[in-house]
Design a protein around this ligand. Structure first.
Ligand SMILES: [Zn+2]
Ligand SMILES: [Zn+2]
Length: 294
């Protein structure tokens, strides 16, 4: 049965908004960032330099920060890197505004442990919109907080502090962009840089990451049919997400640093890990076992 049909047949067990369990801090943060991004629709807010800054910061905070650092390094330890570089990467990841590292890793561990089961924090079996966004508007899922699943990371003081203060570097970036833009071409340019390189950039990355939770458990093909859940490989999301869209490969072999496993499965995040290895910043890179592909 195609994945989309299987997901539809399993619906719904959860998926509605639980009003008493909403996380208003997250709702305010996500709502505010979406409002800032909407200002990008105003013609005066556009600048080519803002667009370039957005693209560069998309790669840094989404590709390097979320994929390479939060996901492949902090959650799956698919390669090793010096501790000073790990901390630089963690700071870069905080600019994606997807929560602190302990919370992010904890939620993702729960996702792998219970993939598409009742205790999966974000499975499309509970509704596509639930998997995409609604789950994260709640304080607890099935009585469990994401952070509790990664308490071991709290032993590192830097990680512990960044987990509490992850939202702050983004504000520092906004002040810096406003100031530099103002010096470069006036306050309208400063605002343009903030709107495009923070607002629009963060919201675009939000939805790309969220599609990994929703779309790549719904549409696409499977190289590994025996994974016991609904994960899929989805080419358009893999392109948008710098390689995270080869999600069925990833569920089959979570420790592998490479998510793309066939020649056409381009995985820009893995290419970056390879480049880092050439300069000694990535070692003991876990390789996929291609013989297991069905
Ligand atoms: Zn998944
Ligand atoms: Zn993973």
């Amino acid at each position: 049965m195609p994945v989309a049909k299987r997901v539809e047949a399993a619906r719904p067990r959860r998926g509605g908004i639980e009003w008493g369990n909403l996380n208003w801090v997250v709702i305010t943060g996500l709502g505010g960032m979406h409002l800032l991004a909407l200002l990008a629709l105003l013609p005066w807010a556009f600048s080519w330099s803002g667009l370039v800054l957005m693209a560069v910061l998309m790669w840094l905070s989404g590709g390097i920060g979320i994929n390479l650092c939060y996901h492949r390094l902090m959650t799956h330890r698919s390669f090793k890197t010096p501790i000073w570089f790990e901390r630089v990467l963690l700071l870069v990841a905080s600019l994606a505004w997807q929560g602190g590292p302990v919370q992010w890793v904890g939620v993702h561990r729960l996702h792998h442990k219970h993939s598409d089961g009742d205790a999966d924090p974000h499975s499309p079996r509970h509704g596509f919109t639930w998997a995409h966004i609604l789950w994260m508007l709640h304080r607890e899922i099935e009585g469990v907080k994401g952070e509790d699943a990664a308490k071991d990371l709290m032993r590192d003081g830097f990680v512990r502090r960044l987990n509490a203060w992850f939202w702050l570097p983004q504000f520092g970036l906004m002040v810096a962009l406003m100031g530099l833009g103002w010096l470069w071409g006036g306050w309208v340019l400063g605002l343009s840089w903030v709107i495009w390189a923070v607002g629009a950039r963060t919201v675009v990355i939000f939805h790309i990451t969220w599609f990994v939770n929703s779309a790549t458990h719904t549409w696409g093909y499977q190289n590994f049919k025996e994974t016991g859940e609904d994960s899929t490989n989805l080419w358009w999301l893999a392109l948008l997400s710098f390689g995270e869209g080869w999600h069925n490969n990833h569920h089959a072999q979570p420790r592998s640093a490479a998510h793309g496993m066939r020649w056409f499965e381009w995985d820009m995040t893995y290419w970056t890990i390879k480049i880092l290895s050439w300069v000694g910043l990535a070692k003991e890179i876990h390789q996929p076992d291609l013989k297991k592909m069905s």
